[in-house]
Design a protein around this ligand. Structure first.
Ligand SMILES: *Cc1c(COP(=O)(O)O)cnc(C)c1O
Length: 365
């Protein structure tokens, strides 16, 4: 059994993937080929946003967004500590200071009231993260951010395909950033990412930053980087977009089945707010003795993962920042366990996983 099975999706799509890759190999525009533009347009429509820029990966997408919004040394940038490392890392690279805030205990999402309390004169950006595939509370976050005129970067790497109050995720922040790493809900077959916005000025700036700060060929107006979504990855993404909505629907069905199985053994399923549709980038539960349970599952051939074992404010590389105590993030990191999850997981596999979990949990240890 695989934690995420990408081969099953490939088997389903192999003809269209092979055709679109062959088309790229034959037309030869390996960088900025027509598939890149086609994908940017199509993806922007799907995500209900005006513009998409393909970039090299999700981490670059965050860096480019931060640079376009003018983040610089001495600025503060508010973000959750219970998260993947990318946003904090890019902020520190720019000399800014991440201000970590705690999460809501059941959803793992940034707590808007704590964001409000963390705002200072130096706050330049708020980063929200739709962790595990469910959207943060954007209406409340926008209200808080707008009062102070602070832009929001929405990290949607785990929530592409999710909805927030019937809205797609592309336009929920000032800029949204995503990753097409293969195991994300929408992934390619290598590295890829995108920045999304409806702001005409910001999109232009981000395109320039992603292309060495050029405003025209060999005229470098800004300090930039080199970050491109290559044509083959764009072509693969176009093929995958065709079945993406179906896959999101399947994700909901797989999750519902897990929910029932877990209920029956007394484990709380992930908590999704009524106005949200999650894409379950991770299907994550909390259990005591997590590490023991995880080892025992592994011995039975059930792969699991821990997202994330350490909150960022407790990571060695971030110890230079002012000390913070974020009890919910710290406790959550000790208990979370992500179960195998993908749209092609069968009911039989799910039953095996949950039966094994029950056996392992209630055996003494
Ligand atoms: C995967 C991920 C990223 C980074 O994406 P890469 O393409 O690996 O650089 C950033 N933020 C979140 C929340 C992610 O899940």
């Amino acid at each position: 059994m695989n934690f995420i099975d990408l081969k099953l999706q490939y088997q389903r799509l192999s003809d269209s993937i092979q055709n679109c890759m062959t088309a790229v190999l034959e037309h030869g525009h390996y960088i900025f080929g027509p598939e890149v533009q086609a994908f940017e347009k199509h993806f922007a429509q799907n995500m209900q946003v005006k513009h998409t820029i393909g970039v090299a990966n999700g981490t670059d997408a965050l860096l480019i967004a931060m640079m376009a919004l003018g983040l610089k040394a001495g600025d503060e940038i508010i973000m959750p500590s219970f998260n993947y490392i990318a946003a904090a890392e890019m902020a520190v690279l720019l000399g800014a200071q991440p201000v970590f805030v705690d999460i809501e205990p059941k959803t793992y999402l940034i707590d808007p009231e704590l964001v409000s309390a963390a705002i200072t004169e130096r706050t330049k950006i708020i980063v929200t993260v739709d962790l595990f595939g469910q959207c943060a509370d954007y209406d409340r976050l926008q209200e808080i951010a707008m009062r102070r005129n602070i832009p929001i970067i929405a990290d949607i790497a785990q929530s592409v395909g999710a909805t927030y109050r019937q809205r797609q995720v592309g336009a929920l922040g000032t800029i949204a950033c995503t990753s097409f790493y293969p195991s994300k809900p929408l992934g390619c077959y290598g590295d890829g990412g995108a920045c999304l916005t409806s702001d005409d000025r910001l999109v232009e700036r981000m395109r320039q930053i992603a292309n060495h700060g050029q405003t025209e060929r060999y005229c470098h107006q800004y300090i930039g980087i080199n970050s491109r979504l290559d044509t083959i990855q764009a072509a693969i993404l176009l093929a995958k977009l065709d079945i993406f909505e179906q896959e999101c629907a399947k994700r909901s069905i797989v999750a519902e089945h897990y929910n029932c199985l877990l209920d029956s053994i007394g484990i709380e399923p992930p908590y999704i707010k009524t106005y949200n549709r999650s894409v379950y980038a991770q299907y994550t539960i909390q259990i005591d003795q997590r590490d023991r349970v995880r080892e025992a599952l592994k011995a039975r051939g059930i792969p699991t993962a821990v997202h994330y074992p350490t909150a960022i404010h407790q990571q060695p590389a971030y110890r230079h920042l002012p000390k913070r105590v974020l009890p919910i993030s710290e406790q959550t990191a000790k208990k979370v366990l992500s179960l195998p999850f993908h749209p092609y997981l069968t009911e039989k596999q799910q039953k095996l996983i949950v039966d094994s979990l029950q056996n392992v949990m209630y055996s003494s240890g």
